[in-house]
Write a protein that binds this ligand. Structure first.
Ligand SMILES: [Zn+2]
Length: 392
């Protein structure tokens, strides 16, 4: 989603945005539907277009109700809804995180279509039981139709659609693996995406009696999102197969607290990897502090022989730690969440194993697929422990 979205306000505390592309749909729908009404009904003057405009705005309200359906169920699970955005292909409720169980994921996914189908039922009942003026009756029947389409279209069982999320939850429940669910539902999404692109293309070329350029666009949208979802799930699945311990940087910057600065300079700095910071451990290899190499400058060199690391090190409170048995997927989530580029890996008994860095994780994954040499070099973030090669 791009950043051109216009902030409209808050809805039940959820930031609400409209993408400018939505106004295009508003105009298009008002004109086509209004024009249709002007042609087929006896409605006077600008009334057909007013009906068209209100129908468009009610479409907007229907999509919004659908997204609020997802949002309320997510909130009930303690998940924050970051925003609701309306854009050219519908709506999007952006959730801060995934549901924790397949049952909960199922509930969030099904809530939107459920709202749409309930609205369809309500408008159908109104239309069939209440005598209304023509213009109003047209709007009510259109609303019923719109909500039915919203429910049915979204229940197509492929990601990124709600039906895809339902499918994902089911596969997750069966296999016990959320990533498998995403990969499976993503493949279905790609299948439906290609189907829409092909039907749309054939329709545009008049080979088929249905399908148009719009169908191609929707198919393209599905393909993009389904592919991305499947790809990141595959990556997550891989990360799940490794532990933090397996990605620890070889020759991590670790130094014992009792050695002198002189020994440190000779054995760890001269001709060695240009680390900027070192983790300091005691006799039992327990993490006790952090040494900034920069700080050596504050000690005059003739004192280096009698000053120990312990005297110069700082508290390690700033260094985030992770258990050695944690999966790499959890490690990556922690790195993202805490905006860190590395974590210190410690065993249950407190002994320090070393650093796990974003760079190291990328390298580990790369070594896992050496066959695919043509892959682009991933952009690894510089570790804050490491001097960047370009500076100094
Ligand atoms: Zn939905």
């Amino acid at each position: 989603m791009n950043n051109n979205n216009i902030r409209v306000g808050n809805l039940f505390g959820i930031p609400f945005y409209i993408n400018p592309s939505w106004f295009f749909i508003l105009g298009l729908m008002t004109l086509t539907y209004g024009g249709q009404l002007a042609f087929t009904t006896q409605l006077p003057g600008i009334v057909p277009w007013l009906v068209g405009l209100s129908a468009s705005l009610l479409l907007f309200a229907s999509v919004l109700a659908h997204e609020l359906g997802h949002s309320f169920v997510a909130i009930s699970q303690g998940i924050e809804v970051k925003s609701i955005t309306l854009f050219i292909f519908g709506g999007l409720a952006s959730l801060e995180r995934e549901s924790k169980s397949p049952g909960e994921a199922f509930a969030v996914a099904i809530a939107g279509p459920l709202v749409s189908i309930i609205l369809f039922a309500i408008f159908t009942v109104i239309q069939t039981t209440t005598p209304l003026p023509l213009a109003l009756s047209l709007v009510v029947s259109l609303l019923a139709y719109i909500n039915l389409i919203l429910a049915l279209f979204n229940m197509i069982p492929g990601l990124p659609l709600d039906g895809g999320n339902v499918l994902k939850a089911i596969v997750w429940k069966i296999t016990g693996n959320p990533q498998k669910g995403v990969i499976f539902a993503g493949r279905f999404g790609q299948f439906f995406g290609w189907t829409a692109v092909i039907i749309g293309a054939l329709g545009t070329l008049n080979v088929l009696p249905f399908g148009n350029f719009w169908t191609v666009l929707i198919g393209w949208f599905l393909l993009q999102n389904a592919g991305n979802a499947a790809q990141s799930a595959q990556l997550e699945d891989k990360l799940n197969h490794f532990s933090a311990a397996e990605a620890v940087t070889e020759e991590s910057p670790i130094v014992k607290q009792d050695i002198t600065l002189r020994e440190f300079a000779n054995n760890y700095i001269i001709g060695k990897q240009p680390w900027r910071k070192f983790l300091v451990t005691d006799e039992e290899s327990i993490l006790v502090g952090v040494l900034e190499v920069e700080d050596l400058k504050n000690i005059s060199t003739h004192l280096w022989g009698e000053t120990t690391i312990k005297e110069l090190m700082k508290s390690y409170e700033d260094v985030k730690t992770v258990s050695d048995t944690e999966t790499l997927l959890e490690v990556v989530k922690m790195l993202e969440l805490q905006k860190e580029s590395e974590l210190a890996v410690v065993k249950e008994d407190g002994t320090l194993l070393g650093l796990v860095e974003k760079k190291g994780i990328t390298q580990l994954l790369q070594s896992q697929r050496e066959q695919q040499v043509s892959q682009k070099q991933p952009q690894a973030m510089e570790s804050s422990f490491q001097k960047s090669s370009s500076s100094e």
